[in-house]
Design a binder for this molecule. Structure first.
Ligand code: AMP
Ligand code: MN
Ligand code: MN
Ligand code: MN
Length: 279
């Protein structure tokens, strides 16, 4: 059977993507995507527009979200919820609560950046954030490139915004329990986003996967835009061992700013159960 072109993780201007929800759908459709989930950070505001646009071109659409959580010793982990009910009030309130911390965090980040010679970053980042409640490091990165301090957003993270760099400010996001409760309570399937991106030891990683599973988590992004081949085999092995469903997830943010374009990842490794078989 021919595998379907599913892409279950991407961002619009409602969080830190560069394309509006409808534009994202058009690009996905043009790229041959057959099943798309929009998974904006901590926000559901783009889903209605995306679904309407998807209906128009005949693309199957999944309501999604990417929830920011804090785990262990100041680690940020992202949990994707797929097939959630966007009208679920508990999920809506939970996400609103996460968003409410972003503005103060942005002020602290700007103060730190100011000390290392990057001025006006709060106002600058807000200009890039379509939704002020969702000002993210990606918006800071765009401003810092605009000011000529770096050639692209990736090097901004390497120099200023990644953990341990001068503009990084630690932040308390939701807990793993909260995120799983909200996603599962809203009828969704919870998936660990880009598992290769966390700076965790093997033991810590297994602790995270175990806790996630105990709380009702069901999937893992075996294929993610930012993952290398050896990581794909490692997470395929983890999926089999933990009995996780496997996702295929570009994490597309926009042309020129992403690891890979919509729908352009390879097929899932053999022998895994695709998460979309359950959607
Ligand atoms: P925040 O939710 O404000 O912490 O911002 C996280 C976002 O920053 C991620 O969703 C990515 O869009 C972006 N990001 C994080 N790390 C990197 C990186 N190393 N290179 C490029 N973008 C990154
Ligand atoms: Mn992002
Ligand atoms: Mn993420
Ligand atoms: Mn993402």
């Amino acid at each position: 059977m021919k595998p379907i072109n599913a892409d279950l993780h991407c961002h619009s201007t409602v969080s830190d993507g560069l394309l509006a929800p409808a534009e994202l759908i058009q690009r996905a459709h043009a790229n041959g995507v057959e099943l798309l989930a929009l998974t904006d950070h901590d926000e559901l505001g783009g889903l209605a527009e995306a679904r309407a646009a998807a209906d128009e071109v005949g693309l199957r659409f999944v309501d999604g979200v990417e929830v920011s959580i804090s785990w262990g010793d100041d680690q940020t982990v992202h949990i994707v919820g797929l097939g959630i009910d966007p009208a679920n009030p508990v999920l809506g309130d939970g996400l609103r609560q996460i968003r409410s911390g972003r503005d103060a965090r942005a002020g602290l980040m700007a103060a730190e950046l100011d000390k290392v010679g990057i001025h006006g970053a709060y106002e600058g980042a807000l200009r890039y954030a379509g939704n002020p409640a969702l000002v993210s490091r990606a918006h800071f990165a765009r401003y810092i490139v605009e000011r000529g301090h770096a050639k692209d957003t990736k090097s901004v993270f390497d120099h200023w915004l990644a953990k341990g760099k001068p503009g990084y400010v630690s932040h308390a996001w939701a807990t793993l329990d909260d995120a799983l409760g909200w996603i599962v309570g809203a009828g969704g399937i919870a998936v660990i986003a880009h598992p290769g991106r966390y700076r965790l030891s093997r033991t810590e990683r297994r602790e995270l996967f175990g806790a996630f599973k105990d709380l009702g988590g069901r999937g893992i992004e075996v294929l993610s835009g930012s993952q290398k081949d050896d990581e794909v085999s490692e997470f395929a092995r983890i999926a089999r061992e933990f009995g996780f469903l496997a996702s295929r997830a570009s994490d597309f943010h926009g042309p020129g700013e992403s690891w890979i374009d919509l729908g352009r990842l390879p097929n899932l490794p053999e022998g895994l159960i695709p998460v979309w078989s359950q959607l």
